[in-house]
Design a protein around this ligand. Structure first.
Ligand code: CO
Length: 141
């Protein structure tokens, strides 16, 4: 397997509204997408474009949201995960499992509408890592 493009950086926040204002007014972000709910993952999501990647703002959605635990430790929010593109999610899963990395659950539909999985930070140098199937990954968009 070949490591693909950095697709996005996940940032947990207690308020997408406040974070959007920050990225617009302080960071100078030109393009902020419309926020949407992703109930299956327990998150509200908002993408902010940068010229070469995206910021994925994540606000907890529902009681069982995995973001609650993160915000309990980091009340102001912070960097949550990084996401890399691969052309074939199942090939990537087999690759990481063969390397001894813990795959968290089965591949499922992520915020971009394509298959994703997460890798335990313990096996990833302390970084919660998302792997995302992107048909474009092979031809570099
Ligand atoms: Co993500």
């Amino acid at each position: 397997m070949q490591l693909g493009r950095l697709n996005h950086i996940g940032i947990a926040t207690p308020s997408i509204e406040a974070s959007v204002a920050f990225y617009r007014d302080v960071m100078g972000a030109q393009k902020v997408h419309t926020p949407f709910d992703l109930p299956a993952q327990g998150v509200k999501v908002c993408f902010v474009d940068t010229p070469n990647t995206q910021i994925e703002l994540l606000e907890p959605l529902g009681e069982g949201s995995p973001i609650h635990g993160f915000l309990a430790k980091n009340p102001a929010g912070g960097q949550h995960h990084v996401c890399y593109e691969v052309p074939d999610i199942h090939e990537a899963k087999a690759w990481f499992e063969a390397k001894g990395a813990k795959v968290l659950g089965e591949p499922r539909i992520g915020a971009h509408g394509t298959l994703i999985f997460f890798l335990h930070p313990r096996d990833m140098g302390g970084v919660l890592t998302e792997i995302m199937e992107t048909p474009r990954a092979e031809d570099g968009h």
